[in-house]
Design a protein around this ligand. Structure first.
Ligand code: BTN
Length: 322
């Protein structure tokens, strides 16, 4: 009911009487009063005036499921949204929900993570309300061999959402970091549960630096935030709705496969292409020029002898970027 009241107040952009709300939702006036009180507790500012009714004047600053839903127009991603005050890791929390049968499209966000995980066993840290930590559960009908596209498609979606919403010129550092200039703005960690020939679920965890004004010494030279890049605070809930829309567009509309037009779109935004990269094969470190990205998202690297090597895992260092 809170969602419906919000939609009504948001779409009207004027006072709506309690009577009108209770009639259009088929609930009592007391129920309307109670729902408005709960919305105020969540940070919505709703004025009330005698003989006029309620007026929505402000959305909450902090992450809030009702505010995200109010801006959201997706069919699958975000069909269930949970915002936690604090959690160890949104990926781990969502894994537990997935094991209990949570549906595809479920999204978990947290204002703070106490044990946020990065790729390759690293830690992802952020102070409360500085960043957005978000995880998305999907259940694509693919085999484990076909799943490699989820990561680059998610990177593409995040990059587009940032450029559109924040008016930034962010790029993708293969496979899925999002960078501005030479500094990292977003990290993505995709995990999956699968049998030999069938995916049970994937969880794509996205960490975005939003309101940071500084970073710990060890990463200060290679990390940035939306606030540092734009000088502006963003409406986090509206941004999350935009991001979920781009994720749906890139993942669901492309049937979870990086192919066709999506490869061209990805390459156009990929900062790694055209740069010297170094990667590990067995115990050898190999260098070459990143030239393209294949269907499925592997990086194609031209070596000095003219052969093209395909890189799909492990760590790649890109010259000129962290
Ligand atoms: C990386 O760049 O190494 C990946 C960072 C991924 C961080 C996000 S924050 C939300 C989700 N929950 C986690 O524990 N990790 C991911």
């Amino acid at each position: 009911m809170q969602d419906k009241i919000l939609q009504l107040l948001y779409s009207t952009q004027d006072y709506v009487s309690g009577q009108q709300i209770s009639e259009s939702l088929g609930v009592s006036r007391q129920a309307v009063n109670k729902a408005v009180r709960s919305l105020r507790d969540k940070g919505f500012e709703i004025e009330s005036a005698t003989n006029k009714g309620y007026l929505l004047t402000k959305f909450p600053q902090q992450l809030c499921a009702e505010a995200i839903r109010c801006h959201l127009h997706t069919k699958l991603i975000g069909n269930s949204i949970k915002v936690l005050d604090t959690v160890d890791s949104t990926n781990d929390y969502l894994k537990k929900l997935a094991a209990k049968g949570a549906e595809a499209g479920t999204v978990v966000l947290a204002r703070e993570q106490t044990a946020g995980k990065g790729r390759l066993g690293r830690v992802w840290q952020s102070k409360k309300d500085d960043g957005i930590a978000l995880s998305v559960l999907l259940r694509p009908e693919l085999t484990p061999a076909e799943i490699s596209s989820i990561t680059p498609l998610s990177g593409l979606a995040v990059c587009r959402a940032i450029n559109d919403f924040c008016m930034l010129d962010s790029r993708i550092k293969w496979p899925n970091d999002v960078i501005v200039g030479k500094k990292k703005l977003v990290g993505i960690l995709t995990e999956m549960s699968a049998e030999l020939d069938r995916i049970d679920y994937t969880i794509t965890g996205i960490g975005i630096n939003v309101s940071h004004t500084s970073f710990p010494e060890d990463i200060a030279h290679k990390a940035t935030s939306i606030l540092l890049e734009t000088g502006r605070h963003i409406d986090k809930n509206k941004f999350v709705a935009t991001l979920l829309e781009y994720l749906e567009q890139e993942l669901v509309s492309n049937r979870y496969m990086l192919s066709g037009q999506a490869v061209g779109d990805y390459q156009a935004l990929c900062a790694t292409i055209g740069r010297q990269v170094t990667f590990t094969r067995g115990k050898r470190r190999i260098s070459g020029m990143a030239v393209s990205v294949s269907n499925g998202g592997e990086l194609e690297v031209m070596l000095s002898n003219g052969t093209v090597s395909t890189v799909n895992a492990g760590e790649v260092t890109v010259q000129g970027i962290y």
